[in-house]
Design a binder for this molecule. Structure first.
Ligand SMILES: Nc1ncnc2c1ncn2[C@@H]1O[C@H](COP(=O)(O)OP(=O)(O)OP(=O)(O)O)[C@@H](O)[C@H]1O
Ligand SMILES: [Mg+2]
Length: 567
């Protein structure tokens, strides 16, 4: 009897995937049939479009994925709106050119709600498929454990929103949802397939997950091959908002600038041209064929030689397409080169996954720029590597005997720390900011205390502890709650002594010290001979693939009494 079914959900900007497996045989089953795909026998797809349309009688009724027929406006690309902390410059193109078929989000249908409903649609379909494949009884009685993937570049807030949406969709009904990093699980899947089996201990490789919205990079060094393949992260991962939908946005910009003022130009013409670009032009373009031409439909526009319009078609030449693709492709190439540069050790291979990772032109451009000793690989399962890897991760977590690949450590992508009264050090602190602490008779300054620096090795099994104490005058009420702030610095500079504008507030921790035993507070005399309550405790932080666990430790005992709120 199966104990539980592990379900991977890759909620993507343009396409989403579901795969499942169990701890008995660890086989990965990927869902390839979807509601709305006309004939299940000859129509299958490893993924389903991330789109939703509310068109039913009741306010909550909706269609999703392939159920939405051509031309109808729908909500799409809404995953990107879960991430609000991108800088406005990076989002400018996205804001200026939303998808032409897109319904704007509104109060009832904001990104969070759209995600919740869409995930509920996925869960409903999964339940149906499990019933078909396992029988109703088994499907209904076996608990489901969901593993959701998020871009590694996602902020804590965006991850939290994803988790809340998953809970709202009922994904956490049987077991708590687990969030994992997209490029990390894609890499695990590739390693488990042994496609990189020529790698020896010490060899390093880069994984680039290029999707519709985001591009995520990560690099690993092989530590050992036996008894399980062990790898460690070899550089801080990077990435950005430069997925394949930005190629579409560039094309839209190109069309609107050139043809926007022409008679007959309208929304329908734009949509038709954009679809042609999305499905054919950007996918077929390669720099190896020099004189290719594409005939993009621009129905209703008069023939105009100067604008290359002939009988309702816009003639695009290789050079035109290259010009449209170039800025986005260049951004991805730059990220790959940077990742190779910052990775310690010689990089032997770049593994491209994700839909955009299948682009011939992207591969050609990367190949052109990197040393010819580096292989640039596009594995055939690249489009679904993330969702397959998510299931592997969940299965290995549930039953360690299935672990075939182990990630021993990660590298911090940002500095993390707190801001508190630290002992004054004249080498790094400013004299004008020191103050005298009457309780312990020391000179202190309110400054940053970094517990993880960018580039540090972070181990999932080893929590970070920061010890803290709180003193309250004996004449005051004992606190029941202490608020601590966690700060981060995502820039490339070294960790600063004092908090400035680049240091962002990451989380507010409410430490419920009221949950501790009554005698938790010691009574102490200060150096000033006054009486104080003193509470000594530690906050333990464990960094996992795409989530963080906070615990309160007092006199060796652990309490889950820390509530983290991402701000
Ligand atoms: N050959 C190709 N060249 C360029 N883009 C491509 C190619 N093939 C597919 N794509 C694009 O890849 C995207 C789908 O990839 P994928 O499913 O990995 O993205 P996603 O998971 O939806 O996005 P993200 O991971 O960023 O949230 C689509 O935008 C699709 O147009
Ligand atoms: Mg993806």
């Amino acid at each position: 009897m199966m104990k539980k079914i592990v379900v991977g959900i890759d909620f993507g900007t343009t396409f989403s995937g579901i795969a499942w497996g169990n701890t008995l045989d660890a086989h990965i089953n990927i869902i390839q049939q979807w509601p709305g795909l006309s004939s299940p026998l000859d129509k299958s797809s490893e993924k389903v479009p991330t789109q939703i349309l509310y068109d039913g009688e009741a306010p909550g009724d909706f269609k999703w994925g392939y159920q939405i027929k051509d031309d109808l406006p729908r909500h799409q690309w809404f995953k990107l709106d879960l991430e609000s902390s991108y800088n406005p410059k990076e989002k400018a193109l996205a804001n200026r050119y939303p998808h032409p078929n897109n319904l704007p989000s509104n109060v009832d249908h904001n990104a969070q709600q759209l995600t919740t409903d869409y995930l509920a649609g996925l869960k409903r379909h999964l339940t149906h498929m499990l019933q078909l494949q396992l029988g109703e009884l088994q499907a209904k009685t076996t608990p489901l454990q969901f593993i959701l993937t998020v871009p590694a570049v996602w902020s804590e807030i965006a991850r939290e929103k994803t988790l809340t949406a998953a809970e709202g969709a009922g994904l956490g009904d049987d077991a708590p949802n687990l969030l994992v990093s997209e490029p990390e699980v894609a890499a695990t899947y590739a390693l488990q397939r042994q496609d990189l089996r020529y790698l020896k201990p010490g060899d390093t490789f880069v994984v680039c997950d290029a999707g519709g919205g985001t591009v995520d990079l990560i690099s690993y060094t092989v530590v050992k091959l036996e008894p399980v393949l062990e790898v460690k992260e070899a550089a801080p991962g990077t990435g950005g908002l430069c997925g394949s939908t930005y190629l579409n946005r560039r094309f839209q910009e190109y069309l609107e600038v050139r043809l926007g003022q022409q008679d007959g130009w309208d929304e329908d013409t734009l949509k038709e041209a954009m679809d042609h670009f999305d499905q054919l032009v950007k996918v077929q373009y390669t720099s190896t064929v020099k004189d290719q031409t594409w005939r993009v439909p621009v129905t209703g526009l008069a023939t105009n030689e100067a604008l290359s319009i002939k009988k309702g078609k816009l003639i695009l030449k290789s050079a035109d397409v290259k010009e449209i693709l170039e800025p986005v492709i260049a951004q991805v190439v730059k990220l790959v080169l940077e990742q190779i540069r910052t990775t310690s050790g010689e990089v032997k291979a770049v593994l491209l996954v994700g839909g955009f990772g299948m682009s011939m032109y992207l591969r050609e451009r990367i190949k052109e720029e990197v040393s010819n000793k580096i292989e640039v690989l596009q594995p055939p399962y690249g489009w679904s590597a993330v969702v397959r890897g998510a299931v592997l991760k969940g299965i290995a977590q549930s039953d360690p005997k299935h672990t075939k690949v182990r990630l021993t450590s990660r590298i911090a992508r940002k500095h993390l720390g707190t801001c508190c009264g630290v002992i004054f050090n004249e080498k790094i602190h400013s004299a004008s900011r020191k103050y005298f602490d009457a309780y312990d008779g020391t000179w202190r300054t309110t400054a940053m205390s970094w517990f993880i620096k960018r580039g540090d090795t972070v181990n999932e099994d080893k929590p970070y502890t920061f010890e803290y104490y709180n003193v309250t005058s004996f004449t005051d009420e004992k606190p029941t709650e202490v608020v601590l702030y966690i700060y981060c610095d995502r820039t490339n500079r070294s960790a600063v002594a004092y908090r400035d504008d680049e240091v962002e507030t990451l989380a507010r921790l409410n430490v419920k010290v009221g949950d501790l035993p009554k005698d938790a507070f010691d009574i102490k005399f200060g150096k000033d001979d006054k009486i104080y309550y003193k509470l000594e405790y530690a906050v333990e932080i464990t960094y996992q693939s795409a989530s963080t666990k906070y615990e309160l430790v007092h006199k060796g005992k652990r309490y889950s009494s820390v509530i983290a709120e991402y701000v």
